[in-house]
Write a protein that binds this ligand. Structure first.
Ligand code: FAD
Ligand code: SF4
Ligand code: SF4
Length: 470
């Protein structure tokens, strides 16, 4: 260990931009044995590991790095999997530059972070290959049943831990596939769909029942779940797209980011393309509005669909972008144009189809309530050709109580209000986790919440059993 000053940081190779934009394959390859040993041995085994503190799951990173360096891979995997239900997913999609790796002391000291994410991915892929990822089993067989609404990372992680604890778990999912945004939001070039499908199969084989095409509030009522189940977990995510300040309702080629990404993911999974011709970027001048990770996913999807030109309009500058620096770099390498400090002002259309749009050039003023500098109009207006406009401005919760005909306490942001330790709502039998509690967040936080809410549901169910018996 402590080899950081002798060995340079290394990540697995990345497919060249000209090649990778031709398909939707993941762009990073995987470490081999020698590289994984070399890279793990760079870790300085900190007494107070900042990597672990800044990992939402509090993964015991120094221990599994040491085991990898010593060739004790099965033990490394057991330690890694003891805190993370889906380490191979986090290894691929966590913004490590803001979490574990960004806070690694070796990075802070100027030697380059330990490449934790890629080592986590390597370790878990080896575990799958070697058969160390075993189906979940439990010594207990409780009769109590838990209903989980939503099969994203929060619902899936909770289903794993509850099954392991011996409960009957039924997941209700409105879509035709399980996985939430891991299947229909995040593009394949960041997270191969096979990785998600493999986990769904693993959960199914472990005893979790997935009821697909079943929207709670429509195909089955929330009140029926309340009658039939001992506890309910709401893990429905946030899907209401934030709107642009300018009116786009009169044109049919200005679309929400998720409509575009869902269509791309669906066709990638083998579904027939939609008849809506505005859901694809091929041969178009595409303008994506927004500066977060969803915007980066849209621009990179559009370039892979052979758009003529793809431009990202963002109202602040590069330094103030909310998205991961790694994803912005990947997009730049793939030929995306960035117009910083650009605020959309008007859509120019030919009957009901936008042909171009105008935007105001901004400068940055004082810091606003978001903690970032506010864009201020300079009075200069420019125009850009756009025959597909994709709006990637973030997401808000839908009206949950309206959809479920319930009276669950919400926050002023319309997220579900929970006790933050127990993830329990104002109704003790109803729990909530993931984006529907936090607002749009990260996969790793959803997995964290799934793990923690499962513990809390277990405590609640055990206490109700004791109460019943006494
Ligand atoms: P979701 O994943 O949204 O899952 C909720 C599920 O509930 C869905 O399957 C939905 O269909 C279902 N559902 C909703 N209502 C009902 C109902 N009434 N009945 C039945 N089912 C219902 N995070 C990262 O860490 N890294 C990334 O690279 C990344 N990229 C992203 C890219 C995009 C385009 C988007 C939109 C998000 C991205 N995120 C990323 C964020 C991450 O995907 C989410 O934070 C995470 O998926 C939230 O998990 P969740 O389980 O709370 O909700
Ligand atoms: Fe880093 Fe994410 Fe893995 Fe935690 S889960 S160690 S933050 S990659
Ligand atoms: Fe190793 Fe970096 Fe974590 Fe320290 S902070 S234990 S060097 S990975």
């Amino acid at each position: 260990m402590l080899e950081f000053h002798k060995k340079k940081p290394k990540n697995p190779s990345k497919t060249e931009p000209e090649k990778r934009i031709k398909d939707f394959q993941e762009i990073y390859s995987q470490f081999g044995k020698n590289d994984s040993v070399e890279q793990s041995s760079r870790c300085s085994q900190c007494g107070i590991p900042y990597c672990q503190i800044h990992c939402p799951l509090n993964n015991n990173i120094p221990d599994w790095l040491r085991y990898i360096a010593e060739g004790r891979l099965e033990e490394a995997y057991q330690v890694s999997a003891s805190t993370n239900a889906f380490p191979e997913v986090c290894g691929r999609v966590c913004p490590q530059d803001r979490l574990c790796e960004g806070n690694c002391v070796v990075e802070q000291a100027g030697f380059g972070a330990i490449t934790i994410g890629n080592l986590e991915k390597y370790l878990t892929e080896i575990a799958w290959e070697k058969g160390w990822v075993r189906n979940l089993s439990s010594q207990n067989q409780y009769k109590q049943k838990v209903a989980i609404i939503g099969s994203g990372p929060a619902g899936m992680a909770a289903s794993a831990y509850l099954t392991q604890n011996g409960y009957q778990v039924d997941v209700f999912e409105k879509n035709d596939r399980a996985g939430g945004l891991m299947i229909y939001g995040i593009p394949n070039f960041k997270l191969d769909k096979k990785i998600v499908e493999r986990r769904t199969e693993w959960l199914t084989e472990s005893g979790v029942t997935f009821n697909l095409n079943t929207e709670v509030g429509k195909n089955i009522s929330f009140q029926d779940l309340e009658k039939d189940y001992d506890a309910i977990l709401i893990a429905t995510g946030v899907y209401k797209a934030r709107q642009l300040d300018i009116d786009t309702s009169s044109v049919n080629n200005s679309i929400p980011a998720l409509d575009f990404l869902i269509e791309s993911n669906r066709t990638g999974l083998g579904d027939s393309p939609s008849k809506n011709k505005y859901l694809t970027a091929k041969d178009k001048h595409v303008v994506v509005i927004g500066g977060g990770d969803t915007a980066m996913d849209c621009v990179r999807t559009a370039i892979r669909q052979q758009a003529k030109e793809v431009t990202c309009l963002y109202r602040r500058n590069k330094e103030n972008m909310p998205g991961s620096a790694r994803e912005v770099l990947n997009a730049e390498q793939e030929g995306i144009k960035f117009n910083w400090l650009s605020v959309p002002s008007k859509i120019i259309s030919d009957s009901s189809t936008a042909t171009s749009m105008t935007y105001k050039v901004a400068t940055l003023g004082e810091v606003d309530e978001s903690g970032r500098r506010k864009p201020i109009d300079t009075g200069v207006e420019k125009q850009i050709k756009s025959d597909l406009i994709i709006q990637a401005l973030g997401f808000e919760p839908e009206d949950l109580n309206h959809n479920f005909k319930t009276n669950i306490e919400l926050t002023s942001w319309k997220t579900v209000k929970v006790d933050f330790k127990k993830f329990q709502t104002n109704n003790p039998k109803i729990f909530a986790a993931g984006d529907i509690v936090r607002g749009a967040s990260l996969v790793v936080w959803a997995i964290h919440d799934g793990r923690e809410v499962a513990k809390s549901i277990h405590n609640f169910l055990q206490n109700s059993k004791i109460k019943k018996a006494s």
